[in-house]
Design a protein around this ligand. Structure first.
Ligand SMILES: *[C@@H]1O[C@H](CO)[C@@H](O)[C@H](O)[C@H]1NC(C)=O
Ligand SMILES: *[C@@H]1O[C@H](CO)[C@@H](O)[C@H](O)[C@H]1NC(C)=O
Ligand SMILES: *[C@@H]1O[C@H](CO)[C@@H](O)[C@H](O)[C@H]1NC(C)=O
Ligand SMILES: *[C@@H]1O[C@H](CO)[C@@H](O)[C@H](O)[C@H]1NC(C)=O
Length: 719
C-alpha cells in the first residue's frame, strides 16, 4: 500500500521535483521524493530558497549535499532529527529525535570506547568525515495536526506534534519556521497523506537559554525573595549550631507538640498556654538574648528538621490519622505520576486500556483519597474545638467567639500560606525556564497561569475558577479546605449555644450538597470514566458545594465520638457486620467504575452519593480505631514511622506534581509506559517528594509555626 501511495505521490510531486531538480541533480542514486516525504528535516532543507540569511543557506546546502552523497556527518546529523514514529494512530505525537545526539555530534564527541575498538568500529568510515564542519543546534517545532483517524483520550493539547530538528546553528528560529511552514503548506510529508492530516505550525523554538528572561522585574524579585529566605535559613542554622547550641549544650531539648496537618496545628490558645505551663523557666541568658535572635532561630534548618522527625509518644485518639494521611498521599502521588506524565507517554492510548481492569480502578479513582483528607480535616477541627470546650466550661459571648474565630483564621492562614507562596514562586521560576529550554512543554503552563492567577491561590478562592485557569491545578484542595474550615468553625461556635440549629444547618448543607452533585452530574450527563472525570473537573471536582460532604461527615463523626466519650461497646457480631458493610461500601465505590457505559440512572446516583459513601466507610474505620476495636489496623496506622511522614504530607502534596511535571520536561526522550515503568516512577516520585518536602517544610512551614508560637508566647523560645 505504501508503495502505491508513493508512486502516485511521485506524479503529484512531479512539478515540485522540477523546481528542485537543480538542487538534487548532484544526487546520484538518490530518491529525493521519498526522502522528503519520509524525513521532515530533508523536506525542510529543500526550502532554502526562502531564506535571507546566506550563512544558514550555504550550511544547509552543504548539509543536504552531505546527505545526498552519504557523507557520515550528514547522515549522522539527519539521523538525530525527529521522524514520524510508530503509533501515530494511538496518539504518539512525539517526533522528538535525539537532542543529546545532535549536541554530541556538534561538539565532536567521540564514543567512550577503547581506541582499538573505536578504530575498528569506524573501519568503513572516513574519520575526517565523522563531524560536521559547522555547529549544529537542536530546534523544536510544535504544530497542530487535524487528523481525524488518531485516537484521543480527551486530555489537553492532544493534537500537538513536537518535532525535533538538528540543523546548522547559524539558522534562526524564524528561518526554520519559514521552511517548516512551507513543508506543511506543500503537504510534503507522507504521514500527512497517509492519515489525511493537515499541519499548522505553532512555533519553532531553539531551546537556547539566553538568560534574558531572568532580568525582568518579576524574576528578579522572585529570585531575590527566595535567595533572602535561603540566606536567612543558612544564617539561622549557623547561628543555631555554632552559637546557640554551644551555649545551651547543657539544656534539655524540648519539642513542640507540632502537628503538621492542615487542621490540628490550629491548637487553641488555651492549649498553647497549657503547653507553656510545663515549660522550663526561661534561662537568664535567653532573657538577654535579643528578640531578633529568637526570631532568627525559628529558621534554623537543623532544629526544624529535628522538629519534623521528633517522636511523639502521646497515645492520642487521633493518632491513626498519621498513617491514613501518609497512605492517602502515596495514593495521590501514584495517580499524579500517571496523570501529570500523560503528555510525554508515547503509548498513552494503549496505556488507557489498562484502566479497564479491576486493579486499575484504584488509580483512576484516586480522587477518593482527597475525600479522606476532607474527612480528617473536618474531624480534627471538631476534635480540637471540643477538647478546648471541655477545658473551658463557661460559655463565651458572641464577640469573644467571633474574635476567637478570626484569631484561628489568621493563625491558620499564617501557618499554611508561606510554604504555598514559596512553592508558587518556585513554580513560576522553574517553569519559565522549562518554557524556554524544554523539548516537551509541561502540561497546563504553570508559569503563565501562576503569574496571572497566583493571587487567587493566596486568597484561597481559586476553586471558583475554571480548571484550565488554575495556577497549580492540584491546589484546588486548599481553598476548599479553607472555606470548609471557616464554615465548620462558624457551625461549631454556633453549636455552643444553639446545638440543634448548628446540627440542622450541617445536615441541610450535607443534603443540599448531595442534591447539587446529583443535579450537576445530571445536567453534565456524567458517566464514570476518565475522560468524563477530566471533562467535568471544573463543576464536579473543584467546587466547594460538591466537595463539602466528607468534611461534614467528619465533623459529625467526631461529635458522636465525643458524645460517646470515645467508648462504644460493639459486640463482635456488630463489629463484623459493620466492618463488612463499610469495606463493601468503599470497595463498590472504588471498583464499580470498571463497569462501562453505566446508564444515567445509575451513574448520577453514583456520583451524587459516592463521596458521602466513601466518607461513611472512613467514618466507620475511624470509629472502630478510636474506640479501640480495630486491633491490628489501629496499631498499623498509628506506627511511629508514620508520624514524621504525616507531618510532611502538606508539603508533599504541594510539590509532588511539580516534581513530576518538571521531571517530564527535563527528559528529551518520550517514554513508553507499562505497569512496571509506572510502578517504578510512582515509587521514585513518592521517595523524592518526601525528601524534598523535608526541605520545603523546614524552610517554609515550620519557621512560621514557630514564629506564631513566639508571637503568642513572647517570653521564651520553645525548642
Ligand atoms: C574488528 O572487526 C572485525 C570485523 O568487523 C572483527 O572480525 C575483528 O575481530 C574486530 N577486531 C577487534 C579488535 O575488535
Ligand atoms: C569538529 O570537527 C570539524 C571537522 O572535523 C571541525 O571543522 C569543527 O571545528 C570541529 N568542531 C569542534 C567544536 O571542535
Ligand atoms: C526575508 O526578508 C523578507 C523581506 O525583508 C521578509 O519578508 C521575510 O520574512 C524574510 N524571511 C526570513 C526567513 O527571515
Ligand atoms: C486539515 O488541514 C488541512 C490543511 O490545513 C485542510 O486542507 C483539511 O481540510 C483539514 N482537515 C480537516 C479534517 O479539518
Amino acid at each position: 500500500m505504501e508503495r502505491g501511495k508513493i508512486s502516485s505521490c511521485s506524479f503529484l510531486f512531479f512539478s515540485l521535483l522540477l523546481t528542485t531538480f537543480c538542487a538534487s541533480v548532484r544526487a546520484t542514486a538518490q530518491d529525493p521524493i521519498t526522502m522528503r516525504q519520509i524525513l521532515p528535516v530533508y523536506a525542510i532543507m529543500e526550502n532554502i530558497d526562502l531564506l535571507n540569511s546566506s550563512r544558514c543557506r550555504t550550511e544547509i546546502e552543504e548539509f543536504r549535499n552531505a546527505v545526498d552523497e552519504r557523507v557520515t556527518w550528514g547522515l549522522r546529523a539527519m539521523d538525530t532529527s525527529g521522524v514520524p514514529p510508530r503509533g501515530f494512530l494511538y496518539g504518539n505525537n512525539l517526533w522528538l529525535g535525539d537532542q543529546k545526539g545532535c549536541y554530541m555530534l556538534s561538539e565532536n564527541t567521540t564514543l567512550p570506547l577503547s581506541e582499538k575498538t573505536r578504530k575498528n568500529n569506524s573501519i568503513y568510515r572516513n574519520p575526517n568525515e565523522e563531524f560536521p564542519p559547522f555547529q549544529l543546534r537542536f530546534f523544536v517545532g510544535r504544530m497542530w495536526h487535524n487528523s481525524t483517524v488518531q485516537y484521543h483520550i480527551e486530555t489537553e493539547n492532544e493534537n500537538m506534534i513536537t518535532l525535533g530538528l538538528c540543523l546548522p546553528a547559524s539558522c534562526s528560529k524564524r528561518d526554520v519556521a519559514t521552511m517548516l511552514d512551507k513543508v506543511f503548506h506543500d503537504e510534503t510529508l507522507l504521514i500527512g497523506k497517509l492519515f489525511s492530516t493537515g499541519f499548522k505550525l505553532i512555533e519553532v523554538n531553539d531551546l537556547v537559554n539566553d538568560r534574558q528572561w531572568l532580568l525582568s522585574a518579576k524574576m528578579i524579585s522572585i529570585i531575590g525573595f527566595l535567595l533572602l529566605l535561603v540566606a536567612i535559613a543558612i544564617a539561622a542554622t549557623l547561628y543555631d549550631l555554632f552559637v546557640y547550641r554551644r551555649a545551651k549544650e547543657h539544656r534539655k531539648k524540648e519539642f513542640l507538640t507540632f502537628e503538621n496537618n492542615n487542621t490540628s496545628e490550629l491548637k487553641s490558645e488555651a492549649e498553647e498556654k497549657c503547653d507553656t505551663d510545663h515549660e522550663e523557666p526561661v534561662l537568664s541568658e535567653s532573657k538577654q538574648q535579643s528578640r531578633l535572635f529568637q526570631y532568627l532561630l525559628c529558621f534554623s534548618l537543623a532544629s526544624n528538621i529535628q522538629q519534623i522527625f521528633h517522636r511523639e509518644n502521646s497515645e492520642d485518639n487521633t493518632r491513626m490519622f498519621h498513617g491514613l494521611k501518609f497512605l492517602g498521599m502515596v495514593w495521590i502521588i501514584t495517580a499524579h505520576s500517571v496523570f501529570y506524565s500523560l503528555h510525554t507517554i508515547s503509548n498513552k492510548v494503549v496505556l488507557y486500556t489498562i484502566t479497564d481492569t479491576m486493579p486499575a480502578q484504584i488509580l483512576s479513582n484516586a480522587t477518593y483519597s482527597v475525600d479522606t483528607y476532607f474527612f480528617i480535616s473536618g474531624f480534627l477541627l471538631t476534635h480540637i474545638f471540643l477538647k478546648q470546650r471541655e477545658k473551658d466550661k463557661r460559655i463565651p459571648s458572641i464577640t469573644a467567639r467571633t474574635s476567637q474565630l478570626i484569631r484561628m483564621l489568621v493563625k491558620r492562614y499564617v501557618r499554611i500560606t508561606p510554604a504555598y507562596f514559596i512553592v508558587i514562586l518556585i513554580v513560576i521560576l522553574n517553569f519559565s525556564w522549562h518554557d524556554r529550554v524544554s523539548l516537551v512543554l509541561p502540561l497546563e503552563q504553570p508559569s503563565s497561569k501562576c503569574s496571572k492567577y497566583w493571587w487567587t491561590n493566596i486568597l484561597y478562592i481559586n476553586n471558583f475558577y475554571n480548571w484550565d485557569e488554575l495556577c497549580l491545578t492540584w491546589s484546588w484542595y486548599l481553598p476548599n479546605d479553607m472555606q470548609f474550615f471557616i464554615f465548620g468553625s462558624i457551625l461549631l461556635m454556633l453549636s455552643v449555644t444553639h446545638y440543634n440549629i448548628a446540627l440542622g444547618i450541617g445536615c441541610v448543607t450535607l443534603l443540599s450538597s448531595i442534591g447539587s452533585s446529583l443535579y450537576t452530574a445530571y445536567t453534565l450527563d456524567y458517566q464514570p470514566s476518565l475522560d468524563e472525570q477530566y471533562r467535568t473537573l471544573t463543576y464536579l471536582y473543584v467546587r466547594p458545594w460538591i466537595r463539602i460532604q466528607p468534611y461534614l461527615i467528619g465533623m459529625i463523626t467526631c461529635q458522636l465520638l465525643s458524645k460517646w466519650n470515645y467508648e462504644v461497646n460493639l459486640s463482635k457480631r456488630s463489629l463484623i457486620i459493620g466492618s463488612t458493610l463499610a469495606i463493601l461500601c468503599n470497595s463498590v465505590i472504588l471498583f464499580c467504575t470498571v463497569i462501562r457505559d453505566m446508564p444515567l440512572s445509575i451513574s448520577v446516583p453514583y456520583i451524587g452519593l459516592s463521596r458521602a459513601g466513601w466518607a461513611m466507610g472512613i467514618a466507620w474505620l475511624i470509629v472502630t480505631c478510636a474506640t479501640n476495636h480495630a486491633g491490628m489496623v489501629r496499631k498499623f496506622l498509628s506506627l511511629n514511622f508514620f508520624v514524621p511522614l504525616s507531618r510532611l504530607t502538606y508539603c508533599a502534596y504541594l510539590i509532588n506534581p511539580i516534581l513530576i511535571l518538571s521531571l517530564n520536561s527535563i527528559r528529551v526522550y518520550p517514554f513508553i509506559a507499562d505497569e512496571i515503568v509506572i510502578g517504578a516512577l510512582s515509587l521514585a516520585m513518592v521517595i523524592c517528594t518526601f525528601i524534598l518536602s523535608i526541605l520545603i517544610s523546614a524552610v517554609g512551614e515550620v519557621p512560621f509555626i514557630l514564629l506564631l508560637r513566639l508571637y503568642n508566647n513572647p517570653q521564651g523560645r520553645k525548642k
